[in-house]
Design a protein around this ligand. Structure first.
Ligand code: SAM
Length: 258
């Protein structure tokens, strides 16, 4: 009889025994790589990450064009997805918030914001808030759009994360989760070789920190497949749940409507 697949609850960095210790380990990991996070992201993804953020922001163009639109970018890290959303919104000036539980990552986002304010003026720039995605300090039915880029996979409890997103969304509001996937076929084979053998070594050397870049491929391998993730989204109350692969499925966007 085949062994039943273990039900994935959420991210489980090495040594974590429960959701609380997993969350602490994840926060510690991102805090430790914050100073070099952007450089590593761009180098290790060959700059494709920028295209993925832009494409995600573009796919929410309609909602971002609504006047008085409220947007939350969860697990915003150093803010690149948040800035892409703000840029896509153009003159419609939504209220865009970036939330993350690592202060060090948010400090980088704030520094980038200062550069952008300097170049483009202050109008409707994103605001940053230190918050845990599993326990958000916002009232229910507050946002028109909630996104998360490469952050959701790190949550200690995926279903709790989806429930919290659904809670803060207005009825009719949309959720967009951009995260890594595991492509199949020849591309998948090459990708796994790069992701499991090359990336952890280069990441460790460039960041000067052992651990986070070994965790990355493991966290992707443990993340639910699209069919399972979509089922979880439906279970959390999202309708029209769908997944669009980006770059042969190396990444992909999950969307759903409350
Ligand atoms: C891989 S980074 C992604 C950052 C950014 N969104 C991007 O696309 O570059 C993941 C981020 O998720 C944050 N994170 C993980 N779990 C979180 C949680 N429970 N609450 C808030 N932030 C969390 C980490 O601190 C980290 O900054």
């Amino acid at each position: 009889m085949p062994t039943p697949r273990k039900l994935v609850v959420g991210a489980a960095p090495e040594g974590a025994r429960d959701p609380d210790s997993a969350a602490r380990a994840v926060r510690h990991m991102f805090t430790s790589i914050a100073p070099r996070y952007d450089l590593l992201n761009h180098v290790l993804s060959f700059n494709v990450d920028r295209r993925w953020w832009r494409r995600t922001a573009r796919s929410f163009a309609e909602i971002l064009a609504q006047p008085d639109c409220r947007v939350l970018d969860l697990c915003c890290g150093t803010g690149d997805m948040t800035f892409a959303l703000r840029k896509q919104a153009g003159n419609s000036r939504p209220q865009v918030l970036g939330a993350d539980f690592s202060r060090a990552m948010l400090q980088r986002a704030r520094r980038k914001l200062l550069d952008k304010v300097w170049q483009n003026g202050k109008s409707a720039m994103p605001l940053w808030i230190e918050a845990d995605a599993l326990c958000l300090p916002f009232p229910s039915q507050h946002f028109n759009l909630v996104t998360s880029a490469f952050g959701f996979r790190n949550l200690a409890d995926y279903d709790a994360g989806l429930r919290e997103i659904a809670r803060v969304l207005r009825p009719g509001g949309e959720c967009g989760i951009l995260d890594f996937g595991e492509p199949r076929g020849v591309v998948g084979h090459l990708y796994r070789l790069y992701f499991k053998q090359v990336l952890p070594r280069v990441g460790t050397v460039l960041s000067g920190v052992r651990g986070p870049y070994a965790y990355l491929p493991n966290s992707v391998a443990c993340f639910p497949e699209p069919t399972e993730m979509l089922a979880r989204m439906r279970h959390a109350g999202f309708r029209e749940a769908n997944w669009t692969p980006y770059t042969f499925g190396i990444a992909g966007l999950y969307r759903g409507k409350k």
